[in-house]
Ligand binder design. Structure first.
Ligand code: ZN
Length: 182
């Protein structure tokens, strides 16, 4: 009997929470910016072997959800594009290397970055390299870092934003998608 009586307050709470969520979600609008690019080189190890060094023209698409501000915007498209270009610039024309790979060993000496792989050893000028805190520099990991950085940057000045999604395409057929809630 006690358990039966407890059922109604729980149901009431659930109903209120659901309505609150529906009210918030019904005010959400999404904006998307695409066509922001950067070019970078990388290789990924898989199944005990390492790819050869190669490059991609990465295409970034960002979708931002939020309530409309006093200007009737989620975020100004120009502001969003500026943030995306700034983030793309950090990796543009660089060799992206992982710091946590089991098969790609990266070390720095003087102004050179040495990279040992199953296929051989590379040495690059350190200024041409970006070492990322990832297991592999896959499109998924790059999209995850990008999404986290974008969310951190735009929510500093936009308290109306609730969700950020980044799509990172490394070719016309292959893309990684990451969504993060604020
Ligand atoms: Zn690749």
């Amino acid at each position: 009997m006690d358990a039966f009586l407890l059922f109604f307050p729980i149901l009431y709470l659930l109903r209120n929470t659901l309505w609150k969520w529906v009210r918030i979600m019904s005010k959400q609008v999404a904006v998307t910016v695409s066509g922001i690019d950067f070019a970078a080189a990388h290789f990924v190890s898989e199944g005990g072997k390492c790819e050869l060094l190669h490059g991609h023209n990465y295409h970034v698409t960002a979708t931002i959800w939020g309530e409309l501000n006093h200007l009737g915007m989620v975020i100004d498209f120009r502001v969003l594009k500026q943030h995306l270009r700034q983030l793309c610039k950090q990796w543009d024309h660089l060799i992206l290397l992982p710091s946590n790979s089991k098969l790609i060993k990266v070390s720095q000496q003087d102004n050179q970055t040495k990279v040992e792989t199953s296929e051989g050893t590379y040495s690059f000028p350190a200024k041409n390299v970006e070492i990322l805190n990832v297991v592999e520099t896959t499109a998924e990991e790059l999209a995850r870092i990008f999404c986290k950085q974008l969310l951190g940057n735009i929510t500093k000045e936009h308290s109306n934003i609730s969700q950020v999604r980044v799509e990172l395409a490394e070719s016309s057929t292959s893309r990684a998608i990451v969504t993060m809630l604020v």
